[in-house]
Design a protein around this ligand. Structure first.
Ligand code: UD1
Ligand code: UDP
Length: 373
């Protein structure tokens, strides 16, 4: 079986590596990097430390407006698929790289498999929400990390054996990374940080960075925190802060660092008292690492983390962010929400059975496990 897997943005490198490893044990994988992310700290560092082979192709699309970037990917990926004739095209998450590959797959004979299917914020102003909905609706195999994902798809009329609840590949990834980070990462020493004595922050969501009022309110709240705030800054946010004339002020009150590799990031997150973020992946990783999360968004796809008391939504409300950052830390009980850490194996098993439940994991089996739970 020949699988073309597509990645392009930072979170996709993390999601793909456990699956790539499992896939390559038994099948031919051609890894394609669209080039959506290209800076050393946003791309190369992940391939070096995650020990996955360099992508066989890099489409080199780079940055552009949503439409032009997605269009360039469709065109270049379309050519590649004609050349490679894969049996399966495997895509991850909700970026423009995901949608572009899905469009191409839908126009070929290859099956389209979507990892992280069924997630919904129900906020159509997010480019990611459009990417998720459209990708799910042209996918042949949908791998939902959670029970909620399965239900969301069912409400949209997608079910009938196409949907497989597998658990979350980011849990597989972090189980590998957590020990490695504790053993190998020197990031705390490099920045003079002490465990549980700093807040980690990440901000990059377009809805926050491209709205100067929201960006200013978030930065003001982070600057007012009574703890040191370590802020590995996404290039998009760096640019927007510079445009608003806020970058220097922020650099004075926060510990502003370049984006770090995955292992260092996991160490930073594991050691933080709490995290303030608008990232999708970081909300889950915080839950995996027992780090309380303050989410700088008005809604989330990862509703289970909020229901379980590990995550609180504060939007860009300066007072609410300040209140949640200064609240005494409490560590509620942790339900098992994202599987057993073997999502990658389950995904590969379903793909190799052509989507049949035989030998794979049935939605029903996982559903009853979650309910019995
Ligand atoms: C993208 C995804 C988002 C994901 C995020 C992960 C879409 C619509 N958005 O957002 O879902 O959460 O990646 O980080 O697909 N830039 C660099 N170097 C890079 C990459 C980007 O300098 O390697 C700068 C460029 O100025 C670019 C901007 O960051 O214009 C935004 O990059 P882009 O990939 O368009 O969107 P992200 O905000 O990274
Ligand atoms: N991450 C990283 N270095 C950083 C910030 C994040 O390695 O400086 C990792 C993080 O551990 C997670 C992924 O990048 O696995 C999340 O990416 P991001 O927040 O950019 O995207 P999202 O998850 O919101 O789509």
């Amino acid at each position: 079986m020949k699988v073309v897997s597509v990645v392009g943005a930072r979170p996709q490198f993390v999601k793909a590596f456990p699956v790539s490893r499992a896939l390559r044990e038994r099948h031919e994988e051609v890894l394609v990097h669209t080039g959506q992310h290209y800076s050393e700290t946003m791309s190369d560092v992940f391939f070096e430390e995650l020990d996955i082979p360099a992508p066989e192709y890099n489409l080199g699309v780079g940055s552009a407006s949503q439409g032009r970037q997605t269009g360039a990917m469709v065109s270049r990926f379309g050519e590649l698929v004609e050349r490679e004739s894969p049996d399966v095209i495997l895509v991850y998450g909700d970026t423009n790289s995901t949608l572009a590959s899905a469009i191409v797959a839908a126009k070929t004979d290859a099956s389209l498999a979507h990892v992280e299917a069924g997630l919904r914020s129900y906020n159509r102003s997010m480019p990611e929400e459009i990417n998720r909905v459209l990708t799910d609706h042209v996918s042949d195999l949908l791998f939902a990390p959670t029970q909620r994902g399965v239900e969301n798809l069912r409400k949209e009329g997608i079910g009938d054996g196409m949907v497989h609840q597998t658990g979350d590949v980011m849990y597989d990834a972090i189980r590998w990374a957590r020990c490695r980070a504790a053993e190998r990462s020197a990031v705390l020493d490099e920045h003079g940080l002490t465990t549980n004595e700093y807040v980690l922050a990440t901000v990059h969501r377009a809805g926050n960075t491209d709205d100067p009022d929201r960006l200013e309110a978030i930065m003001a709240a982070l600057c007012d925190a009574d703890r040191e705030v370590v802020f590995p800054i996404h290039p998009r946010t760096s640019e927007r802060l510079a445009e608003c004339g806020l970058r220097e002020t922020v650099a004075e009150c926060l510990t502003l660092i370049d984006p770090v590799g995955y292992v260092d990031f996991v160490r930073l997150l594991d050691g933080a008292e709490r995290v303030a973020t608008d990232s999708g992946g970081v909300q889950k990783e915080a839950f995996f690492l027992d780090t309380p999360c303050v989410t700088l968004r008005d809604e989330t796809e990862w509703v289970e983390t909020v229901d379980a008391g590990w995550n609180v939504l504060v939007g860009a409300d300066e007072a609410a962010i300040a209140r949640e950052l200064s609240r005494p830390v409490s560590l509620p009980e942790k339900p098992e929400l994202y599987g057993d850490g073997d999502a990658a194996e389950r995904i590969v098993a379903v793909i190799e059975n052509g989507g049949s439940e035989d030998g794979g994991v049935s939605e029903v089996e996982m559903t009853s496990r979650a309910t019995d739970g």
